[in-house]
Design a protein around this ligand. Structure first.
Ligand code: HAM
Length: 426
C-alpha cells in the first residue's frame, strides 16, 4: 500500500462538519465590519521577507525564528505572511490609498512556526482591521467598541480587555533607558533569553512568560510614568471614552505586544477559557510604520483576532448546521438518468436560491433513494421514464411519512421553496 501522507504539524484541515460554525463567525464579523464602513482588502500570502523584517522588527520572535522563508528561483527571499498588518501597509502605499482616511479589513491564513499546542498553530486564521489617516483616540475607541459588539453578537461573555500606552518614540526611548538601567542592576535574576534581549529589545522582557521573572517584571518601572504630554492625553481620552461607552477595561503597564511597530495605544481581549493561549484579539496604534515602509507619515491603528481561538470558544454553543438541501434528485432508467442533469439545471434556472443535489453515479432506485435519505434533503425528486414522458416529477418527503405526490416540472421549485417557509428549522 502506498504511504499515507498527513498534514504538516500545526496545520489543520477544516472539515465539512466544522464549517457551519466557521461561516457563522466569519459572516458575522464581515457584516459587522461592513456596517461600520470598513472595506475588504486581500493581499498575497507570500511577501518579500524584508517587508516583515522592516515592520514586525528584526529582534522579535516572529522574525527571528517563526517565519516560513525560502529563496525563490530568482534568488529573492520570500516569506509566508505571519500577520496581516505589514501587507496592508505595503498595499496601501503601493496603490496610493493613503491620500484619504481608509478603514480596511481582511481575513485569511497566517503562518508562524511556533511550537504547536492548543490554540497555537503554524497555520492559523485571522480577521483583522487596519485604519489609516486618523490620529485621534476616537478611532482607537471605535475599534475596541466594534470588537466588543462582535463578542455580543456571537454570545460571548467573560472576555477581559487590557489596554496600555507605549507612548511616542521619544517617550519609549527614555523608558527603554530606565528599564535597561533597572534590569542591568539585576542581571543575575534574568533568564538567558532576557539577558540577550537586554541589549537588543529590552521592552520584550516585560512580555516574558517565565514564572521566575514575574516578580522582577512587576517591580520594573512603568511606561505610563514616561509618557509625554500628547501621548498621555491620547491615552486618558481613550480611557474616558471607553468608560463613557460602558466598556470595562484594565490598564496593564506591562502590556508591550510581540511586534515592534506599535506606539501609543495597545490592547488585548483575553479569555480564561482557552488555557495558556488566552489572547483572542489584539491590536494597537502604529503611527510610524507607513513612513518606515517608504510612504509618507500617516497615522494608523488596527487589530486582528484569531479565528481558531474564537471558534474554540464558541464550541460550547449550539452548532450552526449548514442549511439543508431542498431536494435530492433520483433518476431511474437509462433515459431518465441521461436527462437528469439537464432537468436539474432547468430547476436551478427557476431560482438561484434552490438547494438541489442531483444523483450521479447510477445505481438501482433503492440505492439512490438511500443516498437521498442520507443527504439530509427535505424531499426526494423522483424521475422515471414515465415521469420524463409526461413532464412531471415525483416528490417524496424524506423527513416525515407523507405520501409521494407529483408536480409538473414548472411548479416543482415553487413547491420546494414554499415547503421551506413552513419548516421551523429554516
Ligand atoms: P498578534 O497578537 O500577533 O497581532 O495576533 C493577533 C491574534 O492572532 C492573537 O491574539 C491570536 O488570537 C491570533 N494568533 C496569533 N498567533 C497565533 C497562532 N500561532 N495560532 C493561533 N492563533 C494565533 C497581530 O498579528 C497584529 N497584526 C495585530 C494588529 C493589527 N495590530 C495592528 N493591526
Amino acid at each position: 500500500m502506498a504511504k499515507i501522507l498527513r498534514a504538516i504539524r500545526g496545520m489543520h484541515d477544516l472539515l465539512p462538519e466544522q464549517m457551519g460554525r466557521w461561516h457563522w463567525v466569519e459572516d458575522s464579523a464581515r457584516r459587522l465590519l461592513e456596517s461600520y464602513g470598513y472595506e475588504e482588502i486581500r493581499t498575497p500570502l507570500l511577501e518579500p521577507t524584508e517587508l516583515f523584517q522592516r515592520s514586525i522588527g528584526e529582534v522579535t520572535d516572529i522574525v527571528e525564528k517563526e517565519m516560513y522563508s525560502f529563496q525563490d528561483r530568482n534568488g529573492e527571499l520570500l516569506s509566508l505572511r505571519p500577520e496581516g498588518t505589514a501587507s496592508c501597509v505595503r498595499a496601501a502605499i503601493e496603490h496610493n490609498l493613503l491620500d484619504r482616511p481608509q478603514r480596511l479589513w481582511y481575513r485569511g491564513p497566517m503562518f508562524r512556526r511556533e511550537r504547536p499546542q492548543k490554540g497555537r498553530y503554524r497555520q492559523f486564521h485571522q480577521i483583522g482591521a487596519e485604519v489609516f489617516g486618523l490620529a485621534g483616540p476616537d478611532i482607537d475607541q471605535e475599534l475596541i467598541l466594534l470588537t466588543h459588539r462582535l463578542w455580543k453578537i456571537l454570545g460571548l461573555s467573560g472576555l477581559r480587555l487590557a489596554i496600555n500606552s507605549l507612548g511616542d518614540a521619544e517617550d519609549r526611548h527614555r523608558y527603554r533607558e530606565a528599564l535597561v538601567q533597572y534590569l542591568e542592576a539585576r542581571q543575575d535574576m534574568l533568564d538567558e533569553d532576557s539577558r540577550r534581549r537586554l541589549a537588543t529589545n529590552p521592552l520584550r522582557i516585560l512580555d516574558s512568560k517565565n514564572p521566575d521573572m514575574q516578580a522582577l517584571i512587576a517591580e520594573a518601572p512603568s511606561i505610563l510614568d514616561f509618557l509625554g504630554k500628547e501621548a498621555q492625553e491620547h491615552f486618558s481620552q481613550l480611557c474616558e471614552g471607553l468608560g463613557n461607552a460602558g466598556i470595562a477595561f484594565r490598564v496593564n503597564p506591562r502590556l508591550v505586544r510581540g511586534l515592534d511597530y506599535y506606539n501609543r495605544t495597545v490592547f488585548e481581549w483575553i479569555t480564561d477559557a482557552l488555557g495558556a493561549q488566552g489572547t483572542l484579539c489584539a491590536g494597537g496604534r502604529y503611527d510610524g510604520l507607513v513612513e518606515q515602509l517608504g510612504g509618507r507619515s500617516v497615522p494608523a491603528v488596527g487589530f486582528a483576532l484569531g479565528l481558531e481561538r474564537l471558534v474554540a470558544l464558541l464550541e460550547s454553543l449550539p452548532a450552526q448546521a449548514a442549511p439543508a438541501l431542498d431536494a435530492y434528485l433520483v433518476a431511474v432508467g437509462e433515459r431518465a438518468q441521461a436527462a437528469a442533469l439537464v432537468l436539474a439545471e432547468q430547476l436551478r434556472d427557476q431560482s438561484p436560491d434552490l438547494r438541489l443535489c442531483c444523483h450521479c453515479g447510477g445505481g438501482s432506485f433503492k440505492s439512490q433513494f438511500k443516498k437521498a435519505d442520507r443527504s439530509g434533503a427535505r424531499y426526494a425528486l423522483i424521475l422515471g421514464e414515465e415521469e420524463l414522458e409526461r413532464g412531471v416529477m415525483g416528490i417524496k418527503p424524506l423527513r416525515d411519512q407523507g405520501p409521494q405526490i407529483e408536480k409538473p416540472l414548472a411548479s416543482v421549485v415553487d413547491f420546494l421553496l414554499a415547503a421551506r417557509t413552513a419548516d421551523p428549522t429554516e
